[in-house]
Design a protein around this ligand. Structure first.
Ligand code: BYC
Length: 319
């Protein structure tokens, strides 16, 4: 059964005026009237997005100490630091809707909240770092460029800034993989192996097919999603397939072909694997949550120090 659009106490007139604003291309701001369902959907989506940025630091962070050169290490440190910043912008954007940081963090740490399926796969070789930049950031940019035009002001503005940083992430990944794909036989094999393992998870991260996407209807109606999951996935494939082929790599999809319109068509996606990962049974789900919980516990003294600073007496403040 679909959820009713209006919550008790909300009127059709309020909804009409709200939808007319969206139709006119106006941004909805934090203190504006909005349906409870719009607020709930945005809190769900933005908090999941924030968690994805924060958990997304783990697979890449694992390689900072093992980067093969100082240049690659500084690039990777900057990238991981950017992801932390993206998490911050997004938690702030979600807070404007009335949820607290503590509630969101608790939901992540307890395993109640979702975060992107892609970060439950392990980074086994250095080429995985390049492949994440090229494919995962590449897929994320397609989705986030669309979200930069979304109807909720704070989310839309956060996306503009995030997308410009993601562009650097994407470029460094592509540059690295293209170089390895043209390098020694070992480097070529490492790049191909990374593509074999990341291609399908990257396809899945853009969400289920439109027919199986329960949230898309209302999100599209209210201008949050300006393109469907399958449309964004098509844009991702159309850009990346020719570039990967040009780099000399083989895409691990025997059914892949280009149709008469120029669109690259993929073979069947293993949605059983996707849902298993989303439900917590991926290769790295347990380790990811353990790492976040450990970081939270180890950071307790920082939160306590901040609280003590906030609660200082005027005499202490003048000291
Ligand atoms: N993983 O109705 P649907 C990054 C869930 S981080 C897990 O289509 P929706 C980066 C979905 O939540 C970029 N769960 O959902 C960071 C829903 O369940 P609930 C992350 C998924 O929201 C560090 C159910 O499946 N980007 O770039 O309309 C290093 C049905 O789906 C996934 C974002 O978060 C998934 N992949 O559309 C490097 C973008 N897909 O909540 C890189 C913001 C679906 O009803 N999010 N589910 O229980 C979105 O744009 C949308 O939420 C999605 C899904 C397109 C992902």
């Amino acid at each position: 059964m679909t959820k009713p659009i209006l919550a008790p106490g909300e009127t059709q007139e309020q909804l009409d005026a709200f939808e007319a604003r969206i139709q006119r291309g106006e941004k909805i701001e934090a203190n504006d009237w909005m349906p409870a369902e719009y607020r709930r959907q945005l809190i769900r989506m933005i908090s999941q997005h924030a968690h994805s940025e924060v958990v997304g630091m783990l697979p890449e962070g694992a390689w900072i100490t093992r980067a093969p050169s100082l240049k690659r290490k500084t690039i990777l440190i900057a990238k991981v630091q950017d992801e932390a910043g993206h998490g911050q912008y997004l938690y702030h954007a979600a807070e404007t809707l009335g949820i607290s940081r503590e509630e969101m963090v608790d939901a992540l740490l307890s395993g109640k909240a979702k975060y992107s399926s892609i970060f439950n796969y392990p980074t086994l070789t250095w080429a995985d770092i390049g492949m994440i930049g090229w494919l995962v950031d590449g897929a994320a940019i397609k989705n986030q460029t669309m979200l930069a035009g979304c109807s909720y002001g704070p989310y839309s503005r956060a996306m503009v800034r995030i997308c410009s940083e993601e562009t650097f992430h994407h470029k460094q990944g592509k540059e690295m993989i293209v170089m390895y794909a043209q390098g020694t036989p070992e480097q070529r094999a490492m790049a191909q192996d990374a593509l074999n393992r990341w291609w399908w998870p990257a396809m899945m991260m853009l969400g289920p097919h439109d027919a199986d996407s329960p949230n898309s209807g209302v999100l599209t109606r209210w201008g949050v999603k300006l393109k469907s999951n399958d449309e964004v996935r098509q844009e991702f494939i159309n850009e990346h397939v020719p570039e990967l082929l040009e780099a000399g790599l083989t895409i691990p999809d025997p059914d892949l072909y280009q149709d008469e319109n120029g669109d690259w068509k993929h073979g069947p996606i293993n949605w059983d694997e996707f849902w298993s990962v989303v439900k917590g049974h991926g290769q790295m789900n347990r380790q990811r949550l353990e790492a976040r919980n450990a970081a939270h516990d180890e950071g307790a003294w920082v939160r306590e120090a901040l609280e003590a600073y906030m609660n200082r007496t005027p005499a202490q403040a003048a000291d």
